[in-house]
Write a protein that binds this ligand. Structure first.
Ligand code: IPE
Ligand code: IPE
Ligand code: MG
Length: 258
């Protein structure tokens, strides 16, 4: 069996697929260190796993894929590692955008871009504009992203709209607030995958993960591929999502009976 073969593919009905998947791509450093190499070698190797995941998502009709590339806390890493991560992001943008566009993929970068240098921001905006009308998959790259930042940023924008009398305080509810958070125009997050063996959210999509299913695997990110993605999706498909209701209420036998 090839590493990219999809063993469960035939058993997952199309309408059971998650519409929005997020991945905490963790374990690059350990993957490299296990081979006696520098951590940054793992980050470079991780790019191939990104390609595989995008391929899988597009092939299987997932509408949105959100990848955690750099957290608002990752600035605390050694300067050299941060520098190489930024260079890699820049390089991948240059090499991949054309291909993404050709594959009808819309690229978006989510996060606080104010910390990035102007040239990089211009490049990001150009890539987003080039691909904005593509419809096969929305690929969100979370860069300098933090779930708490997202919520605070939403609160700030909402406050601005209140100050300008565009919104009344009485009209604020969850749905209204949601409109100000990142990716509010995309389907709700169905599945959150974390590779690398740790069981935590590390300040990723805090608002959006309210009813997401979590899937943790030991695989270090550079070893993640289409078949590992398939395993996560297969696991997701076995679960019963109750959204606060009872199992009986949401069982297919009772659908349509209120
Ligand atoms: C994830 O891998 C990539 C980034 C956070 C940029 P790590 O670099 O965190 O790898 P580990 O967890 O140290 O192995
Ligand atoms: C989360 O991984 C961030 C990314 C994958 C980009 P980290 O490796 O930074 O998370 P912690 O520090 O182990 O929580
Ligand atoms: Mg890590």
């Amino acid at each position: 069996m090839s590493s990219d073969s999809a063993s469960h593919a035939s058993s997952i009905p199309e309408d059971a697929m998650p519409q929005h998947v997020a991945i905490i791509m963790d374990g690059n450093g350990r993957w490299a260190q296990q081979q006696g190499k520098l951590r940054t070698f793992g980050h470079k190797a991780g790019v191939e796993a990104v390609r595989s995941s995008v391929r899988y998502a597009r092939k299987h009709g997932i509408k949105a894929l959100t990848l955690f590339a750099f957290s608002s806390e990752n600035w605390k890493r050694p300067k050299d590692e941060v520098k190489i991560l930024m260079q890699l992001f820049n390089l991948v943008l240059s090499s991949e955008v054309k291909k993404l566009n050709k594959n009808n993929i819309r690229l978006r970068v989510v996060g606080d871009l104010s910390a990035f240098d102007e040239k990089l921001v211009t490049k990001i905006r150009k890539a987003e504009t080039l691909t904005e009308n593509n419809s096969s998959l929305t690929l969100n790259i979370a860069a300098n992203y933090g779930g708490r930042w997202d919520i605070v940023n939403a609160a700030k924008m909402l406050a601005e709209d209140i100050a300008e009398s565009k919104v009344n305080i009485e009209d604020i509810d969850e749905e209204r607030f949601h409109q100000y958070t990142c990716m509010s125009d995309l389907p709700p997050l169905d599945l959150m995958i974390r590779t690398g063996g740790d069981h935590r959210v590390s300040n990723f999509l805090l608002w959006q993960c309210a009813y997401a299913e979590f899937y943790f695997c030991e695989t270090l990110w550079p070893d993640f591929n289409e078949s590992k993605f398939e395993e996560a999706v297969f696991d997701f498909c076995q679960r019963q999502r109750r959204f606060g209701q009872t199992g009986e209420q949401v069982s297919p036998a009772n659908q349509g009976q209120g």
